[in-house]
Design a protein around this ligand. Sequence first.
Ligand SMILES: *Cc1c(COP(=O)(O)O)cnc(C)c1O
Length: 397
Amino acid sequence: MKEIEKLDKDYVLHTYARNYVNFKKGINATLYDDENKDYIDFTSGIAVCSVGHGNKRVADKIYEQVSNITHISNLYVIEPQAKLAKRLAELSGYDIRTFFANSGAEANEGAIKIARTYGETKFANKRYKVITLEHSFHGRTITTVKATGQSSMHQSKFAPYPEGFSYNHTIDDIYNSIDNETVAVMIELVQGEGGVQPFDKEKIQELAKFLKQNDILLIIDEVQTGVYRTGEFLASNLYEIEPDIITLAKGLGGGVPIGAIMTKHKDIFAPGDHGSTFGGNYLVTTAALEVLDILEEVKDSGALDETIIYFNSKLNEVYENNKEIFTANVGLGLMRGLRVKDADTLALLIKTAFDCGVLVLKAGKNTMRLLPALTISKSEIDEGFIRLQKALAKIKA
Ligand SMILES: *Cc1c(COP(=O)(O)O)cnc(C)c1O
């Protein structure tokens, strides 16, 4: 056993099915291990490293910032935080204010607190129930685990859970499960962990309209879909809806831990209602500002749309050439999945792809998920798919 594997096993709690590759260097969508073997990264740290690994512009901004001030607490105004909040309003096109958290789960916790505050202040009977969907994923805290519509995650050993969460099978089912205590519906527009499942735009628009008419809040969890992952700044922009609350995290900081709760209910909270020690500090908001600058340029120059088209044409080739393994090609933008005929084949494919030097992810039971950096180059895309095709040939042989 390698020394690093022993250290990890001896001292880190065993919550992950860990892969013992020791990455030492990253350049855009390429990683190098301790034996200098290279890997094309189609995962970007699970949609986090939106501007690639080792991004010089972000690194320089972070260095400059932390050489000066890293953190001072939210008791004092934080210039890059205020600027980032303004950028989020501008880029989204919504009239909103933002609270900064440190992760996706924490952002969703805050969104639920906003919804329950709305339910308390707006209605004589306190509305508190939140409807979510099966196969959703909203986080790992006790509340967001309960908000997640996967019974396998509601382990009894963690009980008791907070009340007020129920799950629907489809968007259509939501209408029937609303009652006069329902305060919000919380969904992803493309279910990520659940299997890269985009919802129908018209159905989402109808739902948004119905909820608005009935004064029920629409919370869109954009922790994975947000920050240009689907091709627009927000998936909500792509779906042309105006949610009450939107949460962000993964791709926003390009690798630094940051979460955001954006809401048009701009005065819902008063001082003391919510807070975070680290949330929105100098380090993370400086990094996120630079990430947004880079991604806005990538989008406005047309490069992002080109990358999406190129990546998806290559992906579709692999899909068409391997129909005995793949059953569907799903996703939006650079949030892609290929459904694999069964879970065992998927596990073998991910392992073989790794051996061939390309990193891919699993989602749901049987989806191979691809979430490349939004700055991935053509040659990295070419090389990644050559390696993936090699892995497919191996498992078919
Ligand atoms: C990853 C994810 C989360 C949880 O984010 P963490 O930063 O791991 O807490 C929540 N919602 C969605 C849609 C996600 O993809």
